[in-house]
Design a protein around this ligand. Structure first.
Ligand code: NDP
Length: 281
């Protein structure tokens, strides 16, 4: 899902001039909104995803909002391929000379499958590769660069790291493991001057359900149901999460590391237990 007009109106109170932000999954949804907000705040941004057309479209939007018209770096890459991740880092360093902020945001939900289903293991492996392995591998490839800049890693997890969802165990496990990776790395990398934090969103209207095979109509039903159940009375928008992510990269959050920052409209506080497995495709 590309970004509508509301995003370019996001108010800016951040200054990332001279900083380099690499955001995975920035061809759509939360990653695109985050890249646009960093660009609007003066950063050089790296836009990446598998879909070349969407990567270019978001890069164009970043340049349009950049105060100095900075050109975003476009890298078409699949985060499940180690060689693509190496190329992503190498191209970023070649282009900008450094990395200040790594946002591990690329993610997917494999279609619902229970443990006894034939396709469970394939979905499990693909989900863990996309949501967890890629974040670990990319952090590994970036850590020496981040030590030089005293940088930040921000991992995008989910309320599902705290809450089960029948037939979506692979997704829940991938996000729980990501939370623990964040905490371990915060402890390990703090002495190197690197902060590591998570943002854990609730339901946010993006292309995630459609990427998992749901129709537009079912996806909207899904969001509307959450909107009604959430204490804030609405579902989330990509820019809600972008602001939480960008805040974690500011100096103002310099006392925060190892955090799992909920941006969930009150999902967990209200024990919202809507089950996505009940949705028909
Ligand atoms: P979108 O489907 O809109 O965006 C997902 C992004 O991940 C796209 O840019 C996609 O790029 C990229 N991506 C997926 N698989 C790969 C891959 N193998 N290689 C490279 N890029 C990949 O969804 P969201 O914006 O909602 O998702 C962003 C993150 O937020 C995910 O980690 C998700 O789990 C998390 N999240 C989302 C919630 C929501 O309700 N939307 C709730 C909680 C967490 P491309 O298609 O170009 O490859």
């Amino acid at each position: 899902m590309l970004i509508s007009g509301t995003l370019s109106k996001m108010s800016v109170t951040y200054n990332f001039a001279g900083k380099v932000a690499l955001i995975t999954g920035s061809s759509s949804g939360i990653g695109a909104a985050t890249a646009i907000l960093f660009a609007k705040s003066g950063a050089n941004v790296v836009i990446t995803g598998r879909n070349a057309g969407r990567v270019s479209e978001v890069a164009k939007q970043c340049r349009e909002v950049s105060p100095k018209g900075l050109k975003a770096l476009e890298v078409v890459a699949d985060v499940t391929r180690d060689e693509d991740l190496q190329r992503l880092v190498d191209t970023t360093i070649k282009t900008f000379g450094k990395i200040d902020i790594l946002v591990n945001n690329a993610g997917a939900v494999a279609g619902g499958a229970g443990l006894s289903d034939n396709n469970y293991i394939n979905g499990f492996r693909q989900t863990l590769k996309t949501n967890l392995d890629s974040s670990v591998m990319l952090s590994h490839l970036c850590v020496n660069h981040l030590e030089k800049t005293k940088g930040n890693i921000i991992n995008i997890s989910s309320v599902r790291s705290f809450q089960t969802a029948p037939n979506y165990s692979a997704y829940c496990m991938s996000k729980s493991a990501l939370d623990m990776f964040t905490k371990c790395m915060a402890a390990e990398l703090g002495p190197k001057g690197i902060r590591v934090n998570n943002v854990n969103p609730g339901a946010v209207k993006t292309n995630l359900p459609q990427a998992a095979g749901l129709s537009d109509e079912i996806a909207q039903t899904f969001y509307d149901m959450y909107g009604q159940l959430y204490p804030v009375g609405r579902y989330g928008l990509a820019q809600d999460i972008a602001h939480a992510i960008v805040f974690l990269a500011t100096d103002e959050s310099s006392f925060m590391t190892g955090t799992t920052l909920l941006a969930d409209g009150g999902h967990l506080a209200a024990n919202v237990a809507f089950n996505p497995a009940n949705l028909k495709k």
